[in-house]
Design a protein around this ligand. Structure first.
Ligand SMILES: *Cc1c(COP(=O)(O)O)cnc(C)c1O
Length: 341
């Protein structure tokens, strides 16, 4: 399976998820054990993203985290016609957020290396911009937007800065990229334990620098033991929370570092094998390979049961997640050779 952004959960995470399957962190005063685990999970996410006092919660995934970041930005802003500005490489969850929240979505082009174009961004923001979204690890090419420069542009316009590190958040700490709360004065972040974090689905994370962000999301909850709730969902399984915490406790930081090294090496191996065959390949700056296959090749690979996906422009897209092995990639390359001969 070379197309998935999720992976096999860590065994400890699997066990903990099962143990808390029917608890409900949506009602924390009643389910106090899982509520405490959620605080610990948010603390650990803060450690991974370089934020000393993190606010936030364990979401159902990057989609909910992105929606809630836009939601908070809209609620905190004082405009009747809010807009959000993001590069065209932004995840489709931003389209959902914009549509549901009545926020105009303005997308700006990317540069030659698939990163947000700063001039275009500067031209797109205005006094009605409530949030700028940068991606740290794009879904199609694994690129990291110029987060610090984007934050300056956002804050100069009076807007908030949100970083979508849903996919990249658990590998970026081991790279030189600027993406974290320490690297730039960003306001919020999405980071998914159920991707590189090796937690079982569903486990995402919404993090914020200030309490005001979660307060802007809170609604009164008359019949629960607790009096307010900042999550988008109501009742939610404790499996996501417990699984995320167990995965992070098992793997942060040595396990994640090793996994990043292994998968980056796998991506570079695959890219060089493809290039050696004259196949045009986008350089894998994170463990994600995109390559231009001749017509028909993609379908033939699927016919022999490879689970592969395409970028919007039709390139083969291989995501080197923790379940991807070197042997697996070798056999992929040999199937490719057979098909092309
Ligand atoms: C996967 C992903 C999302 C969406 O996350 P879900 O967990 O599928 O809801 C958002 N942004 C990026 C960059 C992603 O990779």
């Amino acid at each position: 399976m070379l197309s998935s952004m999720c992976t096999v959960p860590h065994p400890a995470a699997h066990d903990e998820a099962v143990r808390f399957l029917s608890s409900n962190p949506g009602d924390p005063a009643t389910y106090q054990t899982i509520a405490k685990l959620e605080d610990e999970a948010v603390e650990l996410l803060g450690e991974i993203t370089d934020l000393d006092e993190p606010y936030g919660y364990i979401t159902s995934g990057g989609t909910e985290a992105n929606i809630q970041a836009v939601h908070a930005a809209r609620n905190l802003a004082e405009t009747d016609s809010p807009n959000l500005v993001a590069p065209e490489s932004g995840h489709f969850s931003l389209t959902k957020a914009a549509e549901m929240l009545g926020v105009e979505l303005r997308t700006v082009p990317v540069d030659d290396d698939y990163r947000a174009d700063l001039e275009a961004l500067e031209a797109a923001v205005d006094s009605d911009t409530v949030v700028v979204v940068g991606v740290a690890g794009t879904t199609e090419y694994g690129r990291v937007d110029p987060i610090a420069a984007m934050t300056d542009i956002a804050h100069d316009a009076g807007a908030r800065m949100h970083v979508d590190a849903s996919w990249g958040g658990f590998i970026l700490p081991f790279t030189e990229y600027e993406w974290s709360f320490a690297d730039a004065p960003i306001d919020s972040m999405a980071i998914d334990p159920h991707k590189f974090g090796q937690a079982p689905v569903p486990a995402g994370g919404l993090l914020a620098r200030d309490r005001a962000t979660v307060d802007a999301l809170a609604v009164d909850t008359p019949y629960l033991e607790t009096t307010s709730q900042a999550t988008l969902t109501g009742t939610r399984s404790g499996a996501g929370v417990a699984g995320a915490l167990a995965a992070m406790e098992s793997l942060w930081s040595a396990g994640y570092r090793q996994q990043y090294r292994d998968q980056q090496a796998n991506a570079e191996y695959l890219a060089s094998e493809l290039q050696a065959r004259g196949i045009e390949t986008v350089e894998p700056t994170l463990p994600l390979v995109a390559a231009e296959l001749a017509p028909g090749t993609f379908e033939s690979l699927r016919e022999v049961d490879w689970r592969i996906s395409r970028t919007a422009s039709g390139e083969l897209r291989v995501v080197c997640m923790p379940h991807v092995t070197r042997e697996g990639l070798e056999s992929f390359v040999s199937d490719l050779d057979r098909i092309r001969s």
